[in-house]
Design a binder for this molecule. Structure first.
Ligand code: AMP
Length: 280
């Protein structure tokens, strides 16, 4: 695996892969790679793609009171994991390389990015799209790999790819969870054992919602009420939002549409913000 931190070297490496007839699949990440990222690298590598993993703590997607400074940076173990999963390139640019002083361009999607996480984190998706569009131009991947764990991110990026006619196809992989059900996230590292224990109620609530749908419940309100009730019983959990939404538009739904909707939620465990979802 090649480790690259300069844009020009990344452009050359991507061109060389294309000359060798390889299809490039890009997995953009914030680093702190875990088994969820590993599953996405494997998913793309098993299809024969040359996987480029970018690890970059993108400041544009963090709000002023968010955890940019304390976000885990684990360059050595990231390289080991990406190499083990057979990534071809790890692209880990420094901040000045990606966004030098004076960088002043941004990319904004104005519909799918507005509800849910877009309400309390207005810069999140603009930051993601701006960074990813720059990565697309540097690497020119044919495939973009994303996790369904961040369902709204998938929907926003799909919309932007369609709106801007970007020549990239999208490959998504399911959410990887710890054995106890907590969705893997770099931010789980912030949790104390007690906080982690309480956060497990979220998976229980998502499973309960799925069970209700499987047993014939159609009303989104009933699911939302049940999930809210389960979370309210936990001292350290605070709901930010819970909603049944269309998986493409992220619009709120009143009735379950099988195969087309998901229960999306975001919550605080004390001061740690986590998101999760369950396809219905
Ligand atoms: P991040 O580093 O959090 O920006 O995530 C990079 C990519 O990995 C995104 O497409 C995420 O949706 C995906 N991802 C993060 N956590 C998981 C997980 N637990 N399971 C599957 N994919 C994940």
């Amino acid at each position: 695996m090649q480790k690259i931190d300069k844009i020009s070297a990344m452009q050359e490496a991507a061109a060389a892969l294309r000359r060798a007839g390889r299809r490039i699949a890009l997995l953009p990440t914030l680093g702190a790679l875990h088994a969820g990222h590993a599953s996405l690298i494997r998913l793309a590598a098993e299809k024969g793609h040359a996987v480029v993993v970018s690890t970059f703590v993108n400041p544009l997607q963090f709000g002023p009171s968010e955890d940019l400074v304390k976000y885990p940076r684990t360059a050595t173990s990231d390289a080991l994991l990406a190499d083990k999963e057979c990534a071809e390139v790890l692209f880990a640019p420094a901040l000045e390389e990606m966004f030098p002083r004076g960088f002043s361009t941004s990319v904004q999607e104005d519909m799918v990015s507005k509800p849910l996480c877009g309400v309390a984190r207005p810069v999140l998706f603009r930051g993601v799209l701006t960074c990813w569009l720059k990565l697309f131009h540097i690497i020119q991947p044919e495939v973009l790999v994303m996790g369904e764990k961040d369902a709204q991110q998938v929907a926003v990026v799909r919309k932007a790819v369609a709106d801007l006619s970007l020549p990239v196809s999208i490959l998504t992989g399911p959410t990887v969870r710890d054995a106890d059900g907590l969705a893997l996230s770099a931010r789980n590292n912030y949790l104390t054992p007690t906080q982690r224990e309480e956060a497990l109620a979220v998976f229980g609530a998502l499973l309960k919602a799925k069970e209700m749908v499987d047993s014939g419940v159609k009303s989104a309100d009933r699911l939302v009420a049940e999930v809210t009730h389960i979370i309210a019983a936990k001292r350290r959990l605070r709901m930010i939002y819970v909603s049944v939404v269309d998986r493409t538009t992220m619009e709120q739904l009143r009735e379950i549409v099988p195969g087309q909707c998901l229960l999306a939620m975001s919550y605080w465990v004390d001061e740690v913000r986590l998101t999760d979802n369950m396809p219905l």
